[in-house]
Design a protein around this ligand. Structure first.
Ligand SMILES: C[S@@+](CC[C@H](N)C(=O)[O-])C[C@H]1O[C@@H](n2cnc3c(N)ncnc32)[C@H](O)[C@@H]1O
Length: 526
C-alpha cells in the first residue's frame, strides 16, 4: 500500500474519529455537508414511521456501507476498496470526503460502537444480521462522532437498510439508533467505564483499541524511555486521519507545483511536503513518479540508511523486502545520485510489479527488481556482498493503524509471534549478505517491542561481529529537526517514531554494521 493515500478526509484531520467529533465540530445536513446551525440544537427525530421513509440509499453512505461489508466478508482492506467505491458511486470530492470519514471512523470505532450498540439491542450482537450491524455502526458513528443531525442520521441509515437489506430491519435500526442518540459519546464512554478499573481495559474502551494492543503500545512507550502516561495521546493519534506526505525524489522530483497548490513544506524530512489534499494525480510530478506519497517516517529511515558514512566501496545496495516500493524509490534515487545501484527484492510477484512501477522515474541503470525470498541472501558468496541493506521487515503494522482502519480488529498476538521468527531470519540473512564495514537498517512499521528491540537484541547476540550504530544521530543527521526519538542500546541507539509526537507512522529503526575485517557468518538461531 502506498503511504497515506487512503486517509484524507474532507475538512482535514480531527473531525471524524470516534472521539473528535464533539461540540465545536461542524454540523452537517442530510447529505453530510457541513452547515452552521449556530450552537447545539435539540435532537429531532423523524415523525414518520420507518416503514414510510425513503427506500433510497444516499450514495456516499452506500459507498461507506459497501466498504464495511467488503472488509467483513472479503477480508478486504478499506483503503484499497474505498477509492473504487467512490468511483463506482460517482461521488464528488465533498461526498467522497464524507464517505471516507464515515467508513474509516466506523471501522476505527468498531470496538467502542459495538459496546454501545450491545447496550441498545435486545440480543447479543453476534445474533444480528452482520449487514444490519454494519449499518448500525455507520449510524452510530454519524450520531456520536460526526455531528450529523440525529434525524438525518436515522432517516438515512433506515433508508440505507431498506435499500440494501430490506424493509424488515428498518424498525430495529430506527429504534436502536434512537437509543444510541439519547446520549453523547462522552456519556456513553463514562457509562461503559463504570466498574472497569484496569488501566489497559479502560483505555481500550475509551480509545477503541483491542486491549492487547493497548498493552503492547504501553510496553513499547516504556521500553523506549517514554512515559506510560502518553498512551491516551498515542491511541487517539491512531484515530485520526494521517497527514499525506509528499517526497520529491532526490535529483528527479520537485515540489513547486504541490507548494503552489497549497501544500506546506515538510518539517521533518528534506524535500518533503504536507499535501493540502485533493486529487494528487493532478500534479505533473506525481503523475511522472518523481514526486511520491510517502510517510515522513519512511522517508527518514531510508535517508538514515543512505546517510551513514562508509569507508571503502559504496556501490551495491539491497532492499531485501521492497514491495510495494516506497523506500526502494527513495533509495534508488539516492543511489543514482552516487553512482550506486539498488537491488530491490520482493517475494510476491504482484508486489514486485508494484516496485517496478514505483521505480519507473529513476534512471534504469540505478536499480533492478528481483523476485524471491529474502532469506536466500544468507547464502550469497563473499564477493557479492552488499554495502547497504534495508530490511523493512514484514510486520504487524501496529505503527500504521491510522491508515488501516480495520487492521486493529484483525491482528492477533499470534500474528506477532509468527512474524518475529521471519523478522529474525531476514535480519540474519542481511547480516550474512553485508560486507564488513557495510550497514544494515532494520525497520518495522510497528512499535511492538517483540518486533523491534527483541529482534535486534537477539540478532546482536547471534552475530558477535555485528555492532549497533547510533541510529538516533543518523536520523537527526538527515532530518530537518531533532526528533528526540533515540533510545540507547548496546553501545548505540535505536529510533522509535510516534504518531502522537512526530505525526509519522510509528516506525522503528536500528542500524547495524559488521566490524571491518571480521568475516560475516551465517548464524543459526538459538
Ligand atoms: C513492510 S513491507 C515493505 C515495504 C516497502 N519497503 C516500502 O517501503 O514500500 C514488507 C514486505 O516484505 C515482503 N516479504 C514477506 N516475506 C518476505 C520474505 N521472506 N523475504 C523478503 N520479503 C518478504 C512482503 O511481501 C512485503 O512486501
Amino acid at each position: 500500500m502506498s503511504d497515506g493515500t487512503g486517509g484524507g478526509r474532507a475538512g482535514g484531520a480531527g473531525r471524524g474519529g470516534p472521539r473528535d467529533g464533539h461540540p465545536g465540530g461542524p454540523r452537517r445536513n442530510e447529505q453530510g455537508r457541513e452547515r452552521n446551525r449556530g450552537g447545539a440544537a435539540p435532537r429531532r427525530f423523524s415523525t414518520s414511521a420507518p416503514s414510510q421513509r425513503k427506500r433510497i440509499a444516499d450514495p456516499a453512505r452506500l459507498a461507506a456501507f459497501e466498504v464495511l461489508r467488503a472488509v467483513a466478508t472479503e477480508d478486504a482492506y478499506a483503503n484499497l476498496v474505498l477509492p473504487a467505491r467512490i468511483r463506482d458511486r460517482g461521488l464528488d470530492r465533498r461526498d467522497a470526503g464524507f464517505a471516507t470519514e464515515l467508513a474509516y471512523g466506523a471501522l476505527r470505532g468498531q470496538g467502542l460502537y459495538d459496546a454501545i450498540l450491545a447496550r441498545c439491542v435486545d440480543r447479543p450482537l453476534d445474533q444480528l444480521d452482520p449487514a444490519i450491524l454494519d449499518a448500525l455502526r455507520l449510524g452510530a458513528h454519524q450520531v456520536l462522532a460526526m455531528r450529523v443531525p440525529t434525524h438525518a442520521a436515522l432517516d438515512e441509515t433506515v433508508g440505507l437498510a431498506r435499500a440494501v437489506i430490506g424493509a424488515g430491519p428498518s424498525g430495529l435500526v430506527n429504534a436502536v439508533l434512537r437509543k444510541v442518540a439519547a446520549r453523547s459519546l462522552d456519556a456513553w464512554i463514562a457509562d461503559l467505564l463504570e466498574g472497569v478499573t484496569e488501566p489497559a481495559a479502560r483505555d481500550a474502551i475509551a480509545h477503541s483499541h483491542p486491549e492487547w494492543i493497548v498493552r503492547a503500545m504501553r510496553q513499547s512507550l516504556v521500553a523506549h524511555g517514554r512515559s506510560a502516561e502518553e498512551i491516551g495521546a498515542l491511541l487517539e493519534a491512531d484515530n485520526l486521519a494521517p497527514v499525506v506526505n509528499l517526497v520529491a525524489l532526490p535529483g528527479l522530483g520537485d515540489l513547486e507545483e504541490a507548494l503552489a497548490s497549497g501544500a506546506e513544506p515538510g518539517t521533518l524530512a528534506p524535500d518533503s511536503a504536507y499535501s493540502a489534499g485533493g486529487e494528487l494525480s493532478r500534479l505533473r510530478s506525481v503523475r511522472a513518479g518523481t514526486t511520491r506519497v510517502q510517510d515522513a517516517g519512511s522517508q527518514l529511515v531510508a535517508r538514515a540508511l543512505a546517510g551513514v558514512p562508509l569507508e571503502g566501496r559504496d556501490t551495491d545496495w539491497l532492499d531485501l523486502c521492497a514491495g510495494p516500493g516506497g523506500k526502494a524509490a527513495l533509495l534508488a534515487a539516492l543511489a543514482a545520485e552516487r553512482g550506486a545501484e539498488l537491488t530491490a527484492n520482493e517475494p510476491a510477484p504482484h508486489r514486485a510489479e508494484l516496485v517496478r512501477k514505483a521505480l519507473v522515474a529513476v534512471p534504469r541503470d540505478a536499480w533492478s527488481v528481483v523476485v524471491g525470498d529474502g532469506r536466500r541472501y544468507a547464502g550469497i558468496p563473499a564477493d557479492q556482498r552488499f554495502d547497504r541493506i534495508m530490511v523493512d521487515a514484514p510486520c504487524s503494522g501496529l505503527g500504521a493503524l491510522r491508515r488501516r482502519p480495520e487492521s486493529r480488529w484483525r491482528k492477533t498476538p499470534r500474528d506477532i509471534a509468527e512474524l518475529t521468527i521471519l523478522q529474525g531470519e531476514l535480519l540474519d540473512a542481511a547480516l550474512a549478505a553485508i560486507r564488513p564495514g557495510g550497514v544494515v537498517a532494520y525497520v518495522t512499521c510497528s512499535p511492538h517491542p517483540a518486533e523491534t528491540l527483541a529482534v535486534v537484541e537477539d540478532a546482536l547476540r547471534r552475530h558477535p561481529s555485528a555492532r549497533l550504530l547510533d541510529a538516533g544521530s543518523a536520523i537527526d543527521g538527515v532530518g530537518l529537526a531533532p526528533l528526540d526519538a533515540a533510545h540507547p542500546m548496546a553501545g548505540g541507539s535505536t529510533v522509535q517514531l510516534w504518531p502522537h509526537l512526530h505525526r509519522t507512522d510509528a516506525m522503528f529503526l536500528a542500524l547495524i554494521t559488521l566490524d571491518a575485517g571480521t568475516p560475516a557468518q551465517t548464524a543459526t538461531k538459538g
